[in-house]
Write a protein that binds this ligand. Structure first.
Ligand code: UDP
Length: 240
């Protein structure tokens, strides 16, 4: 299929790497401001925006696999906590730019975020608030990509925008193989058959089963988030 000219409601997946400098970890205020600035411009255009934040800049549960000290499941809960840290940072950055936001999490922590309730999330969106969805699905052993697919479906978004460091999906890793070619569009079957790196397998499967398209694009290029929501053909469009 072809992407529509303009989206009405989108889900933006921001990996933990959007919160730090390339190759570093932790949180860099300037990087957070930059990503918030792009997101704020989308919200100002009247596009309903839900953001799922990752936590890989701080911790991924899978890295603790095999440690006999911390259980892998605990590691995943720690990873979910990391996404809350990023969510808090993004919330302040967006509010500083005049955006109304709500931070929502399926793991209850009422002092810092409100509980994720689907109908409440939809109300926030309809009132022009940016919702920041932290703590993923609330369950261990999956990633925030899966949370993005799941929330994208239940919030009936037009598209999942997967922000990455490369400008789309390539036939091979473009940072390693100079002959790698970029695809403008792909169907889900081909992504799965060729095991192309888009999102993790569970998330791809969920998007495919639910007919939820994905755009993989480079968020580091200034203005790209706006370009992608206004239907400019950047990145790679993945659909049925
Ligand atoms: N996580 C989890 N359940 C979820 C979402 C995340 O257990 O529903 C954990 C998991 O360990 C994951 C970590 O939180 O590695 C951080 O999320 P993710 O790796 O998706 O962050 P990103 O790669 O987007 O920075």
């Amino acid at each position: 299929g072809e992407p529509p000219a303009q989206f009405r409601r989108v889900l933006l997946k921001l990996s933990g790497e959007s919160f730090c400098r390339p190759g570093e970890g932790g949180i860099n205020a300037e990087e957070v401001r930059r990503i918030a600035d792009q997101a704020a411009r989308v919200a100002r255009r009247g596009i309903e925006l839900a953001i799922v934040v990752g936590g890989g800049n701080i911790l991924r549960g899978a890295t603790l696999k095999g440690s006999h000290v911390i259980k892998e499941a605990t590691g995943h809960y720690m990873g979910m906590m990391a996404t809350v840290i990023n969510g808090l940072a993004l919330q302040d950055a967006l509010e500083g730019l005049g955006c109304q936001t709500r931070l929502m999490t399926p793991i209850h922590m009422n002092e810092v975020a409100e509980p994720y309730i689907r109908r409440r999330a939809l109300t926030h969106l309809s009132r022009g608030r940016v919702i920041i969805l932290a703590a993923g699905t609330g369950s261990p052993f999956v990633t925030t990509d899966t949370a993005a697919a799941l929330r994208g479906k239940e919030l009936e978004v037009d598209v999942v925008l997967k922000a990455t460091r490369v400008d789309g999906i390539y036939s091979a890793d473009p940072e390693k193989n100079p002959h790698a070619v970029r695809y403008e569009s792909l169907d889900f079957d081909r992504v799965m058959r060729e095991d192309l790196k888009v999102m993790d397998g569970a998330a791809i499967g969920m998007c495919r089963d639910n007919g939820l398209p994905i755009i993989v694009f480079d968020f580091k290029r200034e203005g790209n988030i706006e370009r992608v929501v206004s239907g400019e053909p950047i990145g790679t469009w993945v659909s049925d």
